[in-house]
Write a protein that binds this ligand. Sequence first.
Ligand SMILES: Cc1ncc(COP(=O)(O)O)c(C=O)c1O
Length: 394
Amino acid sequence: MMNNAPVRSEFLPFSRPTISDREIDEVVDSLRSGWITTGPKVARFEEALSDWAGGAEAITVNSATAGLHLALECLDLRPGDEIITTPITWPSTVNNIVHAGAVPVFADVEKDTLQIDAEQVSRKITSRTRAIIPVHFAGAPADLDPLEALCKNHDIHLIEDAAHAAGASYKGRLVGSGSEAAVFSFHPIKNITTGEGGVILTRNVEWAKRMRRLRFHGISRDAWKRYAQGGIPQYEVEEPGYKYNMLDIQAAIGIHQLARLDRFNRIRRELAENYNRLLEGLPEIIPLSPPAWPHEHAWHLYIVRLDIDSLQVNRDTFIAALQAENIGVGLHFPAVHTQKFYRDKYGFDLGMLPAAEWNSDRLFSLPLYPLLTHSDQADVVAALEKLLVRFRQK
Ligand SMILES: Cc1ncc(COP(=O)(O)O)c(C=O)c1O
């Protein structure tokens, strides 16, 4: 008789933040202190982030999306300027290019790492190119050396989307520690969280000054202090800015998350290695390959591709079936150029980025976070195996 019971009786979330009493007590301390918005804890968190990043300027914001926007604002883009990026990213990487008034130009990815391909980037550079935005995808660093060389040769900027890459390193360099601008996300599924939030790390002191101003309405003085003792209530708008500041309540969480980043990432690595072993017997589930360049992986995501050519199922039906087995699933990411707005506005079409498109139809992400257990992973793999038996071509 067929057993139709799901592999797990309880749903396994795709992601869960690791929150300890330290974060909780620190938030409570902020709540009791009477100061809950941007204040002393944001200053403390920024100091800790800067120390961690070897002295880079650290500008906290209320999301990585906001951080990318501020980095692009520093380029003073003009209509028609072009920014080259990857199609395999969260839409905000690309939406921000549109918000900044520039034209997004896509360079294809490496098929098995999903990192932007520097050779493809070089073919997309024109006299209008102003910057390249690589994404350090899934927690592995992009190949920075050739991208930096392109930027130097063409006098353009490198804005790193490091949303996935807290703690990753490239050839021994911590991602973000020496960057012109690298933007990290502290969304709850990321390697460390502040609820929502992000940080821009930059070595450009002028940009840092401008980003600090732009994140709070364009007011240059330490605006958060204006209600504090000794603060100055008057202010001056130097350029129209945004409302992108991080709260002390968020920084309270971040301070204690950052202190445990290395430990979290060690656990993530061990879990990823366990998936690698468990998936060896499932040929239709194809993990990403590690990049060829020397690196330290932050293991933000564990992404696989479904070999739909040898199965009687498409990816969307397969992941719906996986969810019916009570396994949470992620989708990182359908190629941005295939999304309605980008097709309609720029006439992007299928066939222009073959490696991205091949992956876009096949990829999905398995649960990966420090609270995940080996037993949870065994359930994930048992569910995958069960579905492969169902969908293998007879
Ligand atoms: C590659 C990438 N860039 C940017 C972002 C935006 O981050 P946030 O949600 O903090 O705005 C994300 C979020 O998932 C992302 O995955």
